[in-house]
Design a protein around this ligand. Structure first.
Ligand code: ATP
Ligand code: MG
Length: 266
């Protein structure tokens, strides 16, 4: 591929209503797919998270913990995957409506993890789709795991894996807050937004965040940052923006200035 792709992850926190199980945020999906269409970036790979589609079911059936030879878990795997496919279809339908040649792809069909980490991924269809100009749209999913039987593959891990394997130019992460803060901005009014940070500075900040036990940062964000770090280490800059606010994803895709956290190797 001559031009390096952009990998954009849309958080489940943005495209679903996290408070209500299996509820999409249709206005957010409509607005974001319009922004992506207007930005007209190519090649582009999209990944989305689970929000209220993936997380509650995965948790109910303990899919992440692996197969415990429990029959209900097997159906739970199906339900979790199917919920993600349903959300994927809503996003892909909206993208196609805005003339983006989007193709939904499920990791459960092309990935095997080993103790939760991507071990095998059959990437040929994805690479060929990109070459032709399609926009593959992947998602966090329930997947087969060679040690655990099955598990959950997060959209965050998948995003970094794809960025590194496709030699991406950049990663854009759209979430429901303005970026990485010094603590969870939803519970700590003193949390400060980090605008620009190098990998070394980030490692020091993460140590401080972990030690300060002031707020629970084990939620979505810390894991996300740890997933992003190997990509940044490889020279792929990552920009975390608030995709719940209009225009941010558009600006990030266009390379325009936007509020968020820019992480670079330094
Ligand atoms: N230090 C922090 N900086 C920013 N956000 C934080 C921090 N600590 C915790 N958070 C929380 O992390 C959340 C984002 O992670 P979350 O996993 O919920 O979203 P997501 O990854 O977009 O969704 P999904 O996992 O469904 O794709 C924010 O809503 C915020 O409340
Ligand atoms: Mg998350």
């Amino acid at each position: 591929m001559s031009v390096k792709p952009t990998v954009l992850k849309l958080g489940g926190s943005v495209i679903t209503n996290k408070e209500k199980t299996l509820t999409p945020s249709l206005p957010a999906i409509e607005r974001l797919t319009k922004e992506i269409s207007r930005a007209n970036v190519s090649p582009l790979v999209l990944v989305h998270g689970g929000g209220s589609f993936g997380h509650p079911l995965a948790k109910r059936y303990a899919i992440k913990e692996g197969y415990k030879h429990n029959v209900s878990q097997v159906l739970g795997f199906c339900e979790t995957h199917q919920a993600m496919v349903t959300l994927n279809k809503m996003l892909v339908d909206a993208l196609i409506k805005h003339n983006i040649p989007a193709v939904g792809m499920s990791p459960s069909s092309c990935v095997v993890t080993k103790s939760g980490r991507i071990h095998i991924m059959f990437e040929e269809p994805l690479k060929k789709l990109l070459q032709i100009g399609f926009v593959p749209v992947l998602h966090g999913d329930a997947v087969i795991d060679s040690d655990l039987g099955f598990t959950i593959l997060s959209g965050d891990q998948l995003t970094t894996h794809l960025a590194m394997h496709l030699n991406a130019a950049r990663i854009i992460m759209g979430i429901d807050v303005d970026g990485l803060f010094t603590s969870d901005p939803k519970v700590d009014s003193l949390a400060r937004l980090v605008n620009r940070i190098t990998l070394e500075e980030l490692k020091r900040l993460l140590e401080r965040i972990k030690e300060s036990k002031v707020t629970d940062v084990t939620g979505g964000m810390l894991g996300k940052i740890y997933e992003l770090m190997p990509a940044v280490e490889r020279g792929i800059p990552s920009f975390i923006v608030n995709a719940a606010k209009p225009k941010n994803v558009y600006k990030a895709l266009k390379g325009e200035k936007a509020i968020g956290t820019f992480i670079e190797r330094g």
